[in-house]
Ligand binder design. Sequence first.
Ligand SMILES: Nc1nc2c(ncn2[C@@H]2O[C@H](COP(=O)(O)OP(=O)(O)OP(=O)(O)O)[C@@H](O)[C@H]2O)c(=O)[nH]1
Ligand SMILES: [Mg+2]
Length: 366
Amino acid sequence: MQSADVSFQPRTPITIKLIGLGGCGGNLVSTLQLPAAQIGVIVANTDQQDLVGRTTVPTRILLGPQLTGGKGAGGHPQVGAEATLESEPVLAQALAGADLVVIVAGMGGGTGTGAAPVVARLARQLGALTLAFVTMPFQVEKGKRSRTAEQGLASLTATADAVVVVSNQKILRFVPPRETLSNALTYSNTILSAAISGVVEQLSLPSLMQLDFSHVRQTLSNAGQTMLGIGSATGSDAAQRAVQMALRCDLLEGHLMKARRLFVSIIGGNNLGLHDVNNAIAQIHQTIDNEMDLAIGVVSSPHQANPDRVRVTLIASEVDSFRRPAGASANKSAPRPKPPVQSQAPALRKYDDLPPFLKLHRRGSA
Ligand SMILES: Nc1nc2c(ncn2[C@@H]2O[C@H](COP(=O)(O)OP(=O)(O)OP(=O)(O)O)[C@@H](O)[C@H]2O)c(=O)[nH]1
Ligand SMILES: [Mg+2]
């Protein structure tokens, strides 16, 4: 549980490195709006052409120049992995000194799938807490690509501390039939971006609650595959409504009550209200098990365009339903989390920075 021993010492800054691997990872980290001064952003790819386009990212690493000649991994994770091993010294230099390494990649191709486990192992050897955010492929990409993705995910889960999975196919299930595939990709990117910035911004800005990095490390280290919930709201009671949305999020694949450890990031703008945050935290305590190790962080971000918006990211680990052999599907009949005690949710308003399906589907209302 959150320590009652609150002191008002400012939090010691930590060094965060965010690394996007392959096409998908490169796309995502290049478009994230983050406080650049506190976070080292890196893109790495076997495909030189792809790296050339990422001019706004300060550190660009060509993986395996000897092995691939900058021509890509041709969809072969083995080539992606070997190219990454060839470039290990350069990667080690780029990641040196990091307390937290965040890896972003799409599973299913050659580079991201092969590189992610190698980078995760390296980051952990360098002493960093290592989190990975990955996409799993659409069913239309099925066959070899999805087998490749499952194998990549299994090997990444064995090497990183914690893995957050956003399945492109699952996103598609919620997208109205008339939506295009490229819109579905945009939704998937929005969700991943929300999740990544929920962690990275939370840990790079001064915290309004005494959440130290060692507690975050304890909550997310050796966690394996995790469960993700996100929420966003503006206006009165925004923190409470964003928390409620995250606790009931359609992305939660398992039973939140079966998690042992929970990391919650609450990020507001300059108008973040104290009572609202207090009530939101009370709501979390009322929803989860008392025995759960809970690390809650609250920050007010000066970088947020809308000062009224509150964003919540929840990462649950040690979820029983995830302790299954790699490749087995999630238990879809798992019971839903207990609804928050403050039961009368206000009518849905503008959650305008999340995809519509997350705005419209609310647990208990379907
Ligand atoms: N959400 C999202 N998923 C993507 C994006 N680009 C690719 N993907 C997914 O990620 C998987 C891997 O694609 P890439 O990242 O392009 O592959 P790569 O790692 O560059 O691998 P190679 O090109 O084979 O070396 C694809 O099968 C897609 O399912 C993206 O921009 N957003
Ligand atoms: Mg590629």
